[in-house]
Write a protein that binds this ligand. Structure first.
Ligand code: ATP
Ligand code: MG
Length: 202
């Protein structure tokens, strides 16, 4: 057998072992459950991942809701794409960044009004996916009461997935979640003085 043939044979055996292992794990994962996903950390990719799942869900004909805390002052591609979509209810807090408003009591009122909308979605089983984009900041700034948020997420309909994004997710939220991804900031173009790019950043 030539070196190449030996290598091919070894590769085939290794792939057979791998397939047996993967098949076993797939066969063992039989539980159906509505998921809570938390996408946190300082790196880029939290909201864009959430909107990736929205695109997937809509592709399957699922009815979805999006609540965006903080954002709304600029023209995001995700809003342009999904706001008018027949399967998506899109609600934006619309105050802009907290360091822009610089008005805590106005922000709190807006956060509370926005949360009422989120609660509507989290109690309506016709929504199969609810995205709570940048929700964590409402908790870190103390704009919304933590126990109220956790309770609503926990008690959502059994057929409804939820996705929470934002930095510094609290330990209670992480404990409640089924899937948590902490996205690290290994490198970001902004740190090299590169401005936000349409299609990539918004
Ligand atoms: P994206 O929406 O691109 O997935 P994100 O949701 O992970 O980003 P946010 O903290 O919500 O990140 O920030 C929103 C904006 O800030 C985006 O334009 C994103 O590209 C940018 N951004 C994200 N992480 C960083 C970072 N570490 N440094 C500088 N800018 C960042
Ligand atoms: Mg984000």
């Amino acid at each position: 057998m030539s070196n190449q043939e030996e290598r091919n044979e070894r590769h085939k055996k290794a792939m057979q072992r791998k397939k047996a292992h993967v098949d076993k794990r797939i066969a063992a994962a039989t539980t159906e459950k509505n998921l809570l996903l938390v996408l946190t950390g300082n790196g880029k990719g939290k909201s864009s991942s959430a909107f990736g799942m929205l695109a997937r869900s809509v592709g399957h004909g699922m009815k979805c809701a999006v609540v965006q805390f903080i954002k709304g002052q600029w023209d995001c591609g995700e809003h342009a794409n999904f706001a008018e979509h027949p399967l998506v209810d899109f609600h934006v807090m619309n105050t802009g960044f907290t360091w822009e408003t610089q008005d805590r009591s106005k922000d709190i009122t807006a956060a509370e009004q926005t949360w009422v909308k989120a609660e509507e979605f989290l109690t309506d089983s016709s929504y199969e996916l609810v995205i709570l984009d940048e929700l964590t900041y409402m908790l870190t700034y103390g704009y919304l009461e933590k126990s109220r948020i956790l309770k609503a997420i926990k008690n959502r309909p059994k057929n409804q997935h939820a996705v929470v994004t934002g930095r510094n997710a609290s330990k209670e939220l992480i404990a409640l979640a089924d899937t948590v991804s902490e996205i690290n900031n290994t490198k970001h173009a902004f740190d090299s003085g590169i401005k936000v790019q349409k299609g990539i950043d918004y």
